[in-house]
Write a protein that binds this ligand. Structure first.
Ligand SMILES: Nc1ncnc2c1ncn2[C@@H]1O[C@H](COP(=O)(O)OP(=O)(O)O)[C@@H](O)[C@H]1O
Ligand SMILES: [Mg+2]
Length: 251
C-alpha cells in the first residue's frame, strides 16, 4: 500500500492563469465549442432568466476556471455585458488569467465595514470589450463565512442589476463547503466534469448536493474529451449535456 496519496491536481492555473483559447484562437474548433456551450446556456435561460450563474465541479483541477473564463469571454464577444467573479477563495486564478492585480477584489467588498467601497474601485472594467473581472482579493481565513454572509447576498442583488450576466468561478463542491452555500444563491449552476478523471460517484454526489441547496442545474460540460485518433493528444474538447439525469442513462 502506498504511504502517500499521489498528489492530485495542478497549480498551473494558479501560477500562470487559464488558457484563453477564445481570445488566442477564436476561429479554432475549441473556441467554436465554447460558443456552442454559450448557446446551450442561453437556451436554458429562455423561460427563467439566468442572471447569476456559477461553474463548479466535484473536485479540483477538473477545468472549472479554464471553462469559466472562456465561456465568459464568448458571452462578452456576443455583446453581453458580463461580470466575471473569482469566488474560488481557495485556489484563485482569474487575476493570473487576465494579468490583473489582486490587492483588492471580492473579499475587499465583502469585508469592508462601510459601504463606500465603490464597485468601480474594485472591478476591472472591460478587460476585454464587454467583460469586466472582479478578482478574488486577498485570501481570508474564513471564506465560507464571507461567502454566506448577508453582505454577499446584498452584493449579489446589487451587482446583478448592472450587468446582463454575472458569472462565478467557484471552489469544487465536494471539497469546499462554501461552494454549496454560494450555489444556493445562484440562478443556475453548470457542472464541469473531466472525462476519465471525475468519478461517477463524485458526479452523483455533487448533483445531490446541488439538489439539497435547491440549485438549478443548467447542464454540465464534459471537459477534456478526446475524440477519435487524430483528436488524441490534442488536449481540449468540450461537450454539453442538458442535465445529468438524462445523460447518465446513456452512461
Ligand atoms: N480540456 C483540457 N485539456 C487539457 N488541459 C486542461 C483542460 N482543461 C483544463 N486543463 C488544465 O488542467 C489544469 C486545471 O484546470 P483549471 O481550469 O485550473 O481547473 P479547476 O479550476 O477545476 O481547478 C490546468 O493546468 C489547465 O490548463
Ligand atoms: Mg479553479
Amino acid at each position: 500500500m502506498a504511504l502517500f496519496r499521489k498528489k492530485r491536481g495542478t497549480n498551473e492555473t494558479m501560477k500562470h492563469g487559464a488558457k484563453l483559447i477564445t481570445i488566442a484562437k477564436p476561429k479554432s474548433p475549441i473556441a467554436e465549442q465554447f460558443r456552442t456551450i454559450r448557446t446551450n446556456i442561453n437556451f436554458m435561460s429562455v423561460d427563467e432568466k439566468v442572471k447569476t450563474m456559477a461553474f463548479t465541479s466535484a473536485n479540483i483541477s477538473e477545468g472549472k476556471s479554464t471553462v469559466t473564463a472562456n465561456v465568459a469571454i464568448t458571452m462578452a464577444q456576443a455583446g453581453k455585458k458580463v461580470l466575471l467573479i473569482d469566488a474560488d477563495l481557495h485556489r484563485p486564478t482569474m487575476h493570473q488569467t487576465f494579468e490583473l492585480r489582486n490587492a483588492v477584489g471580492l473579499t475587499t467588498v465583502l469585508t469592508s465595514e462601510a459601504d463606500e467601497i465603490y464597485m468601480n474601485q474594485v472591478v476591472n472594467a472591460d478587460v476585454i470589450p464587454n467583460l469586466s473581472v472582479l478578482t478574488s482579493g486577498p485570501i481570508p481565513p474564513n471564506p465560507a463565512e464571507l461567502l454566506s454572509s448577508k453582505r454577499m447576498k446584498a452584493f449579489l442583488k446589487n451587482v446583478s442589476s448592472h450587468y446582463d450576466v454575472v458569472i462565478f468561478d467557484m471552489a469544487p463542491i465536494l471539497e469546499i463547503s462554501d461552494s454549496q452555500v454560494l450555489a444556493g444563491e445562484m440562478d443556475g449552476i453548470v457542472l464541469v466534469v473531466r472525462q476519465n478523471v471525475t468519478q461517477k460517484a463524485g458526479i452523483k454526489r455533487a448533483v445531490e448536493m446541488l439538489k439539497i441547496s435547491k440549485t438549478r442545474i443548467l447542464g454540465y460540460i464534459m471537459n477534456d474529451v478526446r475524440t477519435g485518433a487524430d483528436g488524441y493528444g490534442y488536449g481540449y474538447g468540450y461537450g454539453y449535456g442538458y442535465g445529468y439525469e438524462q445523460d447518465s442513462k446513456k452512461a
